[in-house]
Design a protein around this ligand. Structure first.
Ligand SMILES: NC(=O)c1ccc[n+]([C@@H]2O[C@H](COP(=O)([O-])OP(=O)(O)OC[C@H]3O[C@@H](n4cnc5c(N)ncnc54)[C@H](O)[C@@H]3O)[C@@H](O)[C@H]2O)c1
Length: 243
Protein backbone atom coordinates (compact mmCIF):
# COMPACT_ATOMS: atom_id res chain seq x y z
CA UNK A 1 0.00 0.00 0.00
CA UNK A 2 1.27 3.48 -0.81
CA UNK A 3 2.19 5.89 1.96
CA UNK A 4 -1.00 7.63 3.10
CA UNK A 5 -0.84 11.33 3.91
CA UNK A 6 -3.11 12.81 6.59
CA UNK A 7 -3.58 16.49 7.37
CA UNK A 8 -4.72 17.33 10.91
CA UNK A 9 -5.72 20.90 11.78
CA UNK A 10 -5.30 22.24 15.30
CA UNK A 11 -2.59 19.57 15.63
CA UNK A 12 -0.98 21.19 18.67
CA UNK A 13 -4.17 21.16 20.80
CA UNK A 14 -5.37 18.54 23.24
CA UNK A 15 -7.45 16.58 20.77
CA UNK A 16 -5.06 17.32 17.87
CA UNK A 17 -2.04 15.79 19.59
CA UNK A 18 -3.97 12.61 20.37
CA UNK A 19 -5.24 12.35 16.78
CA UNK A 20 -1.71 12.86 15.44
CA UNK A 21 -0.40 10.11 17.74
CA UNK A 22 -3.14 7.68 16.75
CA UNK A 23 -2.74 8.20 12.98
CA UNK A 24 1.08 7.96 13.24
CA UNK A 25 0.65 4.67 15.11
CA UNK A 26 -1.60 3.53 12.26
CA UNK A 27 1.25 4.15 9.81
CA UNK A 28 0.15 7.38 8.12
CA UNK A 29 2.44 10.31 7.38
CA UNK A 30 1.13 13.35 9.23
CA UNK A 31 1.05 17.03 8.36
CA UNK A 32 -0.12 19.11 11.31
CA UNK A 33 -1.44 22.63 10.74
CA UNK A 34 -1.74 25.00 13.68
CA UNK A 35 -1.54 28.73 14.37
CA UNK A 36 0.91 27.83 17.17
CA UNK A 37 4.04 27.39 15.03
CA UNK A 38 6.37 26.82 17.99
CA UNK A 39 4.20 23.98 19.28
CA UNK A 40 4.05 22.11 15.97
CA UNK A 41 7.79 22.69 15.47
CA UNK A 42 8.38 21.04 18.87
CA UNK A 43 6.19 18.10 17.86
CA UNK A 44 8.17 17.74 14.63
CA UNK A 45 11.35 17.33 16.70
CA UNK A 46 9.83 14.54 18.77
CA UNK A 47 7.61 12.62 16.34
CA UNK A 48 8.98 10.64 13.40
CA UNK A 49 6.68 10.96 10.38
CA UNK A 50 5.20 14.29 11.54
CA UNK A 51 5.64 17.61 9.74
CA UNK A 52 4.32 20.77 11.37
CA UNK A 53 3.22 23.91 9.53
CA UNK A 54 2.31 27.26 11.12
CA UNK A 55 -0.93 28.40 9.48
CA UNK A 56 -3.73 30.74 10.51
CA UNK A 57 -6.62 28.69 9.16
CA UNK A 58 -8.97 31.69 9.18
CA UNK A 59 -6.95 33.02 6.22
CA UNK A 60 -8.13 31.23 3.02
CA UNK A 61 -4.99 32.29 1.11
CA UNK A 62 -2.78 30.79 3.82
CA UNK A 63 -4.82 27.55 3.67
CA UNK A 64 -4.44 27.37 -0.12
CA UNK A 65 -0.72 28.02 0.14
CA UNK A 66 -0.28 25.30 2.82
CA UNK A 67 -2.08 22.71 0.69
CA UNK A 68 -0.04 23.72 -2.38
CA UNK A 69 3.11 23.05 -0.34
CA UNK A 70 1.72 19.71 0.91
CA UNK A 71 0.88 18.62 -2.64
CA UNK A 72 4.35 19.71 -3.79
CA UNK A 73 6.13 17.67 -1.11
CA UNK A 74 3.80 14.66 -0.66
CA UNK A 75 1.95 14.51 -4.00
CA UNK A 76 -1.55 14.64 -2.49
CA UNK A 77 -3.71 14.04 0.56
CA UNK A 78 -5.55 10.88 1.65
CA UNK A 79 -7.19 12.06 4.88
CA UNK A 80 -8.14 15.41 6.38
CA UNK A 81 -9.15 15.90 10.02
CA UNK A 82 -10.72 19.32 10.63
CA UNK A 83 -10.06 19.62 14.34
CA UNK A 84 -8.97 23.27 14.84
CA UNK A 85 -11.51 25.20 16.85
CA UNK A 86 -12.30 27.11 19.96
CA UNK A 87 -15.29 28.18 22.03
CA UNK A 88 -15.89 31.86 22.76
CA UNK A 89 -18.01 32.28 25.85
CA UNK A 90 -19.90 35.59 25.51
CA UNK A 91 -23.59 34.85 25.81
CA UNK A 92 -26.57 35.94 23.77
CA UNK A 93 -27.61 38.70 23.18
CA UNK A 94 -24.35 40.36 24.26
CA UNK A 95 -22.01 38.73 21.77
CA UNK A 96 -19.73 41.29 20.09
CA UNK A 97 -20.01 41.21 16.29
CA UNK A 98 -16.26 40.55 15.94
CA UNK A 99 -16.51 37.54 18.28
CA UNK A 100 -19.32 36.06 16.18
CA UNK A 101 -17.31 36.49 12.98
CA UNK A 102 -14.19 35.02 14.61
CA UNK A 103 -16.10 32.03 16.04
CA UNK A 104 -17.50 31.12 12.62
CA UNK A 105 -14.11 31.69 10.95
CA UNK A 106 -12.09 29.53 13.37
CA UNK A 107 -14.57 26.66 13.63
CA UNK A 108 -16.40 26.63 10.31
CA UNK A 109 -14.46 28.78 7.80
CA UNK A 110 -11.23 26.87 8.53
CA UNK A 111 -12.92 23.51 7.85
CA UNK A 112 -14.70 24.84 4.75
CA UNK A 113 -11.50 26.15 3.16
CA UNK A 114 -9.47 23.06 4.12
CA UNK A 115 -12.15 20.86 2.51
CA UNK A 116 -12.02 22.94 -0.68
CA UNK A 117 -8.28 22.35 -0.93
CA UNK A 118 -8.32 18.76 0.32
CA UNK A 119 -10.81 17.40 -2.24
CA UNK A 120 -8.54 18.71 -4.99
CA UNK A 121 -5.49 17.19 -3.29
CA UNK A 122 -7.38 13.86 -2.91
CA UNK A 123 -8.14 13.62 -6.62
CA UNK A 124 -6.55 10.56 -8.20
CA UNK A 125 -5.40 9.07 -4.88
CA UNK A 126 -6.12 5.35 -4.38
CA UNK A 127 -8.80 3.87 -2.15
CA UNK A 128 -11.47 5.62 -0.12
CA UNK A 129 -10.21 8.97 1.05
CA UNK A 130 -11.47 10.42 4.33
CA UNK A 131 -12.58 13.71 5.80
CA UNK A 132 -13.36 13.74 9.53
CA UNK A 133 -14.84 16.92 10.98
CA UNK A 134 -14.57 17.42 14.74
CA UNK A 135 -17.94 18.91 15.57
CA UNK A 136 -19.47 19.13 19.05
CA UNK A 137 -22.29 17.63 21.03
CA UNK A 138 -23.07 21.29 21.81
CA UNK A 139 -24.75 21.58 18.40
CA UNK A 140 -27.40 19.07 19.59
CA UNK A 141 -27.70 19.28 23.38
CA UNK A 142 -29.38 22.45 24.61
CA UNK A 143 -29.17 21.61 28.33
CA UNK A 144 -25.44 22.36 28.49
CA UNK A 145 -23.64 25.71 28.57
CA UNK A 146 -22.56 26.19 24.94
CA UNK A 147 -23.21 29.70 23.54
CA UNK A 148 -25.25 29.95 20.32
CA UNK A 149 -22.45 31.09 17.99
CA UNK A 150 -20.40 28.04 19.02
CA UNK A 151 -23.37 25.70 18.48
CA UNK A 152 -24.10 27.31 15.09
CA UNK A 153 -20.49 27.00 13.92
CA UNK A 154 -20.61 23.24 14.57
CA UNK A 155 -24.09 22.81 13.06
CA UNK A 156 -22.76 24.52 9.91
CA UNK A 157 -19.84 22.11 9.90
CA UNK A 158 -22.18 19.12 10.10
CA UNK A 159 -24.23 20.38 7.16
CA UNK A 160 -20.98 20.68 5.21
CA UNK A 161 -20.23 17.07 6.20
CA UNK A 162 -23.51 15.89 4.66
CA UNK A 163 -23.19 17.99 1.53
CA UNK A 164 -19.68 16.77 0.78
CA UNK A 165 -20.55 13.16 1.64
CA UNK A 166 -23.31 13.22 -0.98
CA UNK A 167 -21.33 15.26 -3.50
CA UNK A 168 -18.23 13.03 -3.40
CA UNK A 169 -19.73 9.58 -2.66
CA UNK A 170 -19.13 8.24 -6.16
CA UNK A 171 -15.58 9.59 -6.08
CA UNK A 172 -15.04 7.60 -2.91
CA UNK A 173 -14.37 10.42 -0.48
CA UNK A 174 -16.08 9.54 2.82
CA UNK A 175 -17.00 12.50 5.03
CA UNK A 176 -18.19 12.22 8.64
CA UNK A 177 -18.47 14.34 11.76
CA UNK A 178 -17.54 13.25 15.27
CA UNK A 179 -19.44 15.27 17.86
CA UNK A 180 -17.88 14.80 21.32
CA UNK A 181 -19.15 16.07 24.63
CA UNK A 182 -16.81 16.99 27.53
CA UNK A 183 -13.26 15.94 26.61
CA UNK A 184 -10.34 16.86 28.86
CA UNK A 185 -8.18 19.31 26.89
CA UNK A 186 -6.81 22.85 27.41
CA UNK A 187 -10.17 24.09 26.03
CA UNK A 188 -11.63 23.35 29.48
CA UNK A 189 -9.87 26.60 30.45
CA UNK A 190 -12.66 28.69 28.87
CA UNK A 191 -15.10 27.43 31.52
CA UNK A 192 -15.51 28.60 35.11
CA UNK A 193 -14.82 25.92 37.75
CA UNK A 194 -18.50 25.77 38.57
CA UNK A 195 -19.69 25.27 34.97
CA UNK A 196 -16.95 22.67 34.37
CA UNK A 197 -17.81 20.70 37.52
CA UNK A 198 -21.52 20.61 36.65
CA UNK A 199 -20.83 19.57 33.04
CA UNK A 200 -18.52 16.73 34.13
CA UNK A 201 -20.99 15.59 36.80
CA UNK A 202 -23.63 15.29 34.05
CA UNK A 203 -21.50 12.75 32.15
CA UNK A 204 -22.97 9.25 32.78
CA UNK A 205 -19.56 7.70 33.53
CA UNK A 206 -18.88 10.45 36.07
CA UNK A 207 -15.81 11.63 34.19
CA UNK A 208 -14.82 13.67 31.15
CA UNK A 209 -13.70 11.76 28.09
CA UNK A 210 -10.01 11.61 27.16
CA UNK A 211 -8.61 12.97 23.86
CA UNK A 212 -7.25 9.50 23.03
CA UNK A 213 -10.82 8.13 23.16
CA UNK A 214 -11.91 10.61 20.47
CA UNK A 215 -8.70 9.97 18.50
CA UNK A 216 -9.53 6.24 18.42
CA UNK A 217 -12.77 7.06 16.58
CA UNK A 218 -10.84 9.21 14.11
CA UNK A 219 -8.46 6.28 13.61
CA UNK A 220 -11.38 3.93 13.01
CA UNK A 221 -12.98 6.21 10.40
CA UNK A 222 -9.64 6.76 8.63
CA UNK A 223 -8.91 3.00 8.63
CA UNK A 224 -10.40 0.65 5.99
CA UNK A 225 -13.19 -0.15 8.49
CA UNK A 226 -14.47 3.38 7.92
CA UNK A 227 -14.70 3.05 4.12
CA UNK A 228 -18.44 2.33 4.07
CA UNK A 229 -19.47 5.10 6.49
CA UNK A 230 -20.20 8.57 5.07
CA UNK A 231 -22.51 11.50 5.79
CA UNK A 232 -22.93 10.72 9.48
CA UNK A 233 -22.70 12.82 12.62
CA UNK A 234 -21.50 10.43 15.31
CA UNK A 235 -22.22 11.64 18.83
CA UNK A 236 -19.69 10.64 21.50
CA UNK A 237 -21.08 11.37 24.96
CA UNK A 238 -21.30 8.12 26.99
CA UNK A 239 -25.03 8.02 26.22
CA UNK A 240 -25.76 11.23 28.11
CA UNK A 241 -28.59 12.52 25.93
CA UNK A 242 -30.60 9.37 25.39
CA UNK A 243 -34.11 10.01 26.69
N1 LIG B 1 -12.62 19.66 24.57
C1 LIG B 1 -13.92 19.41 24.44
O1 LIG B 1 -14.64 19.11 25.41
C2 LIG B 1 -14.56 19.48 23.08
C3 LIG B 1 -15.88 19.03 22.96
C4 LIG B 1 -16.49 19.07 21.71
C5 LIG B 1 -15.79 19.52 20.62
N2 LIG B 1 -14.50 19.96 20.77
C6 LIG B 1 -13.81 20.41 19.55
O2 LIG B 1 -12.59 19.72 19.45
C7 LIG B 1 -11.67 20.48 18.66
C8 LIG B 1 -10.30 20.48 19.33
O3 LIG B 1 -10.42 21.18 20.56
P1 LIG B 1 -9.51 20.93 21.84
O4 LIG B 1 -10.44 20.62 22.93
O5 LIG B 1 -8.39 19.99 21.52
O6 LIG B 1 -8.97 22.42 22.08
P2 LIG B 1 -7.50 23.03 22.14
O7 LIG B 1 -7.69 24.45 22.50
O8 LIG B 1 -6.63 22.18 23.02
O9 LIG B 1 -6.95 22.89 20.64
C9 LIG B 1 -7.36 23.71 19.59
C10 LIG B 1 -6.20 23.89 18.63
O10 LIG B 1 -6.65 24.68 17.50
C11 LIG B 1 -5.65 25.63 17.19
N3 LIG B 1 -6.21 26.80 16.51
C12 LIG B 1 -7.09 27.70 17.03
N4 LIG B 1 -7.33 28.69 16.14
C13 LIG B 1 -6.59 28.40 15.04
C14 LIG B 1 -6.41 29.05 13.78
N5 LIG B 1 -7.01 30.21 13.49
N6 LIG B 1 -5.58 28.47 12.88
C15 LIG B 1 -4.93 27.32 13.18
N7 LIG B 1 -5.07 26.67 14.35
C16 LIG B 1 -5.88 27.20 15.27
C17 LIG B 1 -5.05 26.00 18.56
O11 LIG B 1 -3.77 26.63 18.44
C18 LIG B 1 -5.03 24.67 19.27
O12 LIG B 1 -3.80 23.99 19.06
C19 LIG B 1 -12.31 21.88 18.52
O13 LIG B 1 -12.87 22.01 17.23
C20 LIG B 1 -13.40 21.88 19.57
O14 LIG B 1 -14.48 22.73 19.25
C21 LIG B 1 -13.88 19.95 21.97
Amino acid sequence: MTNRIAVVTGAAGGMGRAIVRRLLNDGLTLVGLDIDGAAVAGMEQRLAGFVGMAVDLTDPAAVASAFADIRGVHGGVDALVNNAGTCFMSDFPNIPAEEFVRQMAVNFGSAFHCCQEAVKAMSGRPGVRKIVNISSNGAYNFDVFDPPHYRASKAAMDTLTKDLARRYAAERIAVNSLAPAMTETPLFGVLTEDVLARAIAAMPHGRAMQPSEIADWVGFLVSPAGDICSGNVIILNQGRDVR
